[in-house]
Write a protein that binds this ligand. Sequence first.
Ligand SMILES: NC(=O)c1ccc[n+]([C@@H]2O[C@H](COP(=O)([O-])OP(=O)(O)OC[C@H]3O[C@@H](n4cnc5c(N)ncnc54)[C@H](O)[C@@H]3O)[C@@H](O)[C@H]2O)c1
Length: 250
Amino acid sequence: MANRFEGKVVLIIGAATGIGKAAALAFAKEGAQLVLSAYRTPPDVVDEINAAGGVASAVKLDVGDEESVKSAIATVVERHGRLDVAFNNAGSLPVTKPLADFTSEEFEHTLRVDLKGTFLAMKYEIQQMLKQGGGSIINTGSIVSVVADPGMAPYVAAKHGVLGLTRGAALEYAEKNIRINTLAPGLVETPMTARWLADPGFRAVVVGQNAVHRTGRPEEIAGMVLYLASDDASFTTGGVFLVDGGQSAH
Ligand SMILES: NC(=O)c1ccc[n+]([C@@H]2O[C@H](COP(=O)([O-])OP(=O)(O)OC[C@H]3O[C@@H](n4cnc5c(N)ncnc54)[C@H](O)[C@@H]3O)[C@@H](O)[C@H]2O)c1
C-alpha cells in the first residue's frame, strides 16, 4: 500500500456520504490527517477512520456561508498547522425540470452550494496555501462541467462555473506551487442520485448513456481524487478529469 499522504493535512468539504466519504477512507488508508466537514451532523466516517487507527476530526461548515468557510479553514490550521490538500466536494442537485420552470430561489440555492461554495472554499484555502508555500485543490465538477444534460440547467451552469474557477485560479497560482484541478464524475451511485436511480425506467435510460452500462461506485471516483492530490500529479493543473464510464465519448 502506498503512503502518499503520510504527514499531509487533507480537508474534505462534503465528506459525509458518497464520493466524499469514499475519498476520506482512501486518504486515511494512505496516512492522511483528515478534517472532514459536517454540514448537518458530524460524518460517521470520522469515527470509522479513528477506530481503524487513522486521524480524522470533524468541522462544521455551510459552504455557502463565508464566515463558516473561513472559520472552518482556520480550524484546520489550528489543529494541524497547515493545509496540504483540499477536496471541495459539496454539491446540491435540484429537482429535474426545464429551465423556464425553475424559480429564482431554486437557481440561487444551486449556485450557492455548487459554485459560490467552491469559490469561498478556494479563496480561504489558497490564502493558507500561499502562506505555507503550496498545496493541491480538487474541485468536484461533473460531466456536466463540459457537456449538458436536459432538466438541470442551473446545476449545469454551476458545474461549468466550477471548471471556470479551476482554470482561472490554476493559471494564477501555478507559480506559487498550488495545483488546482476539476474532478468530473459521470453517474455515480450516491445519496444524491438515489432518488433518480430508484426508478427502474430512469435507471435503464441513464446507464444506457455510458459505455459500460452501469453506474459508478464512489470508490471508483476516489482513486482519481487521490491521484490529483498527490505528487504523482505534479505536472497537472487547470485540468478537468472525467471519470464517467465512457459517457463523454459519445
Ligand atoms: N453522484 C453523481 O452521479 C455525481 C456526478 C457528478 C458530480 N457529482 C458531484 O459530486 C459531489 C458529491 O456528491 P455525491 O454524489 O457524493 O452526493 P452526496 O449527497 O453523498 O454528497 C454531497 C455532500 O455535499 C454536502 N453538502 C450539501 N450542501 C452543503 C452545504 N451547504 N455545506 C456543506 N456541505 C454541503 C453534503 O453534506 C454531502 O456530504 C457533488 O459536488 C456532486 O454535485 C455527483
